[in-house]
Ligand binder design. Structure first.
Ligand code: SF4
Ligand code: SF4
Length: 381
């Protein structure tokens, strides 16, 4: 495993980290096996943004006896209300939710206390100028968190975070589909020259962010490196071609300021696949020649299953419904298990009232109510 210094925190983090958001489907034994496997191969960074008590408990059991081997990114502002994830700045809810995280992970400190999911400047300004930041400071002063970070999908917020003297690192969604500009332009045009090697086709705003992060030594930990798995599947990929995990990881790890990529694995095999990056050849890492053959590039409106649209007013698990719908509809002839899993859901897409309360919370502009209709029609309920 290779390690990089996480900006001004001076923590040494593994290039491959672990994002725990999909462990909810795994048994305790499988989680434990995966955590031990990852740790033995040098993975030392884990992200837990999830507020679901069952997932926190499972992760806590997975980490048992290994606390000193892991650097934990724990999120402040991710809460569990009425059986659903809710992002909030209400400190009466934020405080107990963070204490719950410590308790369920069985630790008395979090290495990287992340201000959770800030995608609007209005929200950012309110946080840094208000009591939320006071709370973060108190956590840091009392050593309950060692460093202050912030997670975002928004370039403007990320830039401001880089310039904020108290925010030491950011977690940012980064992959070639999000980076390459302009959306809706064919890659044949984009890659008519070999400019991709120098990252010159990147969206200028995003390029400026990475340069700024490098300049201010604000390290980036990466989420969505596979775009929720879409980049690994030619039918789902906005490029129309599939990349391998190694190619996605290489893209992310070769952006300025990136220290680690958090891989959202749901099996030991998937972690192993990511760790294979370490021994991959330069040919295996070469994403550029694959993208150069890509027929299209259009990402806006596609779900990456991030879950940030929650809560749903009728308790639909939107991310899961979207994932199952994509799985089943993109491979109608294969038994993906999606139909069975969907049938077992307590709150199905057909319950959607089209209130659209969820849509402004989606960082990727997914027309969620429409997608719920499509999923309901596809699954028949
Ligand atoms: S539009 Fe549908 S999915 Fe979105 S919050 Fe309303 S009921 Fe839930
Ligand atoms: S609809 Fe948007 S917010 Fe919800 S899971 Fe998909 S990408 Fe994430």
């Amino acid at each position: 495993m290779n390690y990089r210094v996480l900006g001004t925190t001076n923590l040494s983090v593994s290039e491959i980290g672990f994002g725990g958001e999909w462990i909810g489907k795994m048994s305790d034994d499988a989680i434990r096996e995966m955590m031990i496997y990852a740790s033995e191969r040098g993975v030392n960074l884990v992200d837990c943004w999830m507020s679901d008590p069952a997932i926190r408990d499972a992760l806590g059991r997975g980490l048992a006896g290994m606390r000193d081997k892991w650097i934990i990114q724990g999120h402040v502002g991710s809460t569990w209300q009425n059986g659903q994830y809710v992002r909030t700045r209400d400190l009466d809810k934020v405080r107990p939710a963070f204490e719950d995280l410590l308790c369920r992970l069985n630790t008395d400190y979090i290495d990287l206390g992340m201000i959770h999911y800030v995608d609007e400047m209005k929200d950012f300004n309110a946080i840094v100028e208000g009591t939320f930041m006071d709370y973060m400071r108190t956590l840091k002063e009392t050593h309950v968190i060692k460093h202050i970070g912030l997670s975002t999908h928004d370039v403007e917020v990320a830039k401001h975070a880089c310039l904020h003297p108290e925010i030491e690192m950011i977690m940012f969604s980064l992959n070639p589909a999000f980076d390459l500009a302009p959306a809706q332009t064919t890659l044949d045009e984009l890659y008519a020259s070999s400019r991709i090697e120098g990252c010159n086709n990147i969206d200028p705003d995003r390029a400026r962010l990475y340069a700024l992060a490098e300049h201010t030594k604000t390290a980036i930990t990466v989420m969505k490196a596979y775009a929720g798995g879409r980049l690994l599947d030619a039918q789902a990929s906005p490029f129309g071609v599939a990349l391998t995990p190694t190619q996605c990881l290489h893209y992310a790890l070769t952006r300025p300021a990136v220290a680690s990529v958090l891989v959202g694995a749901e099996s030991t095999d998937q972690i192993a696949q990511a760790i294979d990056y370490m021994s991959a050849t330069s040919e295996e890492r070469d994403y550029a020649s694959v993208l150069a053959q890509a027929p299209s590039h259009a990402f806006a409106g596609q779900c990456t299953y991030c879950g940030h649209c929650a809560p749903c007013s009728v308790k639909i698990n939107i991310a899961l419904v979207n994932k199952l719908y994509d799985l089943a509809s993109l491979r109608p002839d294969e038994n993906t298990g999606a139909q069975t899993h969907y049938t077992e859901l307590e709150h199905k897409a057909s319950a959607c009232t089209h209130c659209q309360a969820c849509e402004p919370r989606c960082p990727f502009g997914v027309p969620i109510a429409q997608r719920m209709d499509k999923a309901a029609a596809f699954f028949g309920c």
